[in-house]
Design a binder for this molecule. Structure first.
Ligand code: 5GP
Ligand code: ZN
Length: 114
């Protein structure tokens, strides 16, 4: 979608520190990391928010979760732990309207979140 930051990163029009790409997903380092390991996992397909997901995307979202587990494991964080987060809309702090799973690890993460 035109004027979508993450569509532009997926297309390679804006540079990012890519850690994974496949036919359906791209994962890259967050530009403003909130933990020593902070990766964003995004689908190539443009979906604005979790509210816009449809049943045909169920496998896609499942693959995002499995990729998060794989990237966390490969970076050595599986044992100590990590967190995955989808922010949806204003109260959750969503700032980019193309769904993305945050993967955070490398420090003790507080709960409840701020
Ligand atoms: P949200 O707040 O929508 O859940 O998360 C958006 C995330 O995208 C933020 O953590 C922010 O730091 C990250 N971000 C915003 N612009 C860029 C960018 O140009 N490149 C990268 N790699 N991350 C970005
Ligand atoms: Zn997009």
């Amino acid at each position: 979608m035109a004027d979508c930051l993450f569509c532009k990163i997926v297309a390679g029009d804006i540079p990012a520190a890519i850690v994974h790409r496949d036919d359906a997903l791209v994962a890259f380092r967050d530009i403003n990391p909130q933990a020593p390991f902070h990766v964003l996992i995004v689908p190539r397909a443009h979906v604005a928010t979790l509210n816009d997901l449809t049943p045909d995307r169920d496998a896609l979202v499942g693959s995002m979760a499995r990729l998060a587990a794989r990237l966390a494991r490969d970076a050595g964080h599986a044992e100590r732990g990590y967190r995955t987060v989808f922010n949806c809309n204003a109260d959750a702090g969503q700032t980019v309207w193309h769904i993305h799973m945050h993967l955070l690890a490398g420090r003790r993460l507080a709960w409840p979140p701020g």
